[in-house]
Design a protein around this ligand. Structure first.
Ligand code: SF4
Length: 325
């Protein structure tokens, strides 16, 4: 009882500090009972068991039967995660071993004709994982981030190229555990060629820092790399034209968690029509990678009362990444 009370105090203190950092001045504090039920106790208790049959899907076919991992019933997700580590994550191409650097790549380079190598498509029908099952794993990538940048070149594949100043590529640490994905660049991002640099970007930096990381330690990008006119929402064809670049980057980097920011990015990445308010707060699946949908920082600037829910989502992300270490 005493320990639970101490845990509760630590939890409340963390949340208050986070909300203060984000500029929330008026707090409607929940009763301790609801905090306990909605935080780590509930999250730990809600992990689904994974059967041997499901685990087999994670193991490459070339591994002999005798060496294939077996799971005891009580091992649950922990075993699945360790198998993911040993079969996929440990084989990631190392950026440091690659030959070229991004400094060789200019936004003005033209690649004609451009290659369109799209990852396998998922439909909501093929993605029961959205509601608790995992059906596909990410295929091994044979390309590098530099290959993808060169393929993007001076892209004119969708109409958004006409209004852009700069293509806004995914930036940050390409060996990161954590990838943040937004919808599309805004005016500041378009001018600088860097994602999330305006007020929303500053808030995103605070959100990243709230879970003990720095912006340079994570990866940040958008589904669409060119600014839509007047900051309108990208159309579905525009999103579907640009999305393969991000999907290919994900296949190269293989982050442990993808945080999708806002409704449009969530629906475009996960190929779902389910809205952010229903999806946020619970891990979804993207080819075996955990996806946490949460509110877009620009939305949080308009409605600061939602920062509290974002903090809850980010705590789950932090706990999952720590658990995977
Ligand atoms: S938004 Fe993407 S697909 Fe469209 S022009 Fe820009 S880089 Fe190309």
């Amino acid at each position: 009882m005493k320990q639970k009370f101490l845990d509760l105090l630590i939890d409340v203190k963390e949340q208050v500090l986070f909300l203060q950092e984000l500029g929330v001045e008026n707090l409607a504090v929940e009763l301790p009972e609801s905090l306990i039920q909605s935080s780590k106790f509930k999250a730990q208790g809600s992990k689904p068991e994974v059967s041997q049959e499901k685990l087999e899907r994670f193991v490459p076919a070339e591994i002999p039967k005798a060496e294939r991992p077996q799971i005891a019933k009580s091992e649950g997700n922990q075993s699945r995660n360790s198998i993911l580590e040993s079969t996929k994550l440990s084989r990631l191409p190392s950026l440091s071993k690659r030959n070229s650097t991004f400094s060789n790549i200019s936004n003005n380079q033209t690649q004609e004709p451009a290659r369109e190598k799209e990852m396998p498509k998922k439909t909501t029908e093929e993605m029961p994982s959205l509601f608790g099952d995992i059906t596909q794993t990410l295929p091994e990538s044979t390309e590098t981030i530099e290959d993808i940048r060169l393929d993007i070149g001076n892209c004119t594949r969708c109409p958004l190229w006409e209004g852009r100043t700069k293509i806004v590529h995914t930036t940050g640490n390409f060996e990161a555990d954590l990838l943040f994905v937004g919808e599309a660049p805004g005016a500041n991002e378009d001018a600088e060629g860097v994602p999330f640099v305006g007020r929303a970007g500053q808030l995103l930096n605070k959100i990243i820092e709230s879970i003990g990381l720095k912006r340079e330690q994570v990866l940040v990008g958008n589904v669409n790399r060119c600014r839509p006119p007047g900051n309108r929402t990208p159309t579905l064809p525009e999103a579907h034209t640009c999305r393969p670049f991000l999907m290919r980057e994900i296949a190269v980097v293989r982050p442990k968690v993808i945080v999708v920011l806002g409704n449009t990015a969530t629906q475009n990445l996960l190929d779902t029509k389910v809205g952010i308010t229903k999806l946020r707060g619970e891990f979804q699946d993207y080819f075996g990678i955990k996806v946490m949908p949460t509110f877009h920082p620009a939305y949080l600037l308009r409605d600061p009362s939602k920062k509290r829910e974002t903090w809850e989502d980010m705590k789950k992300v932090r706990d999952y990444i720590n658990q995977m270490k």
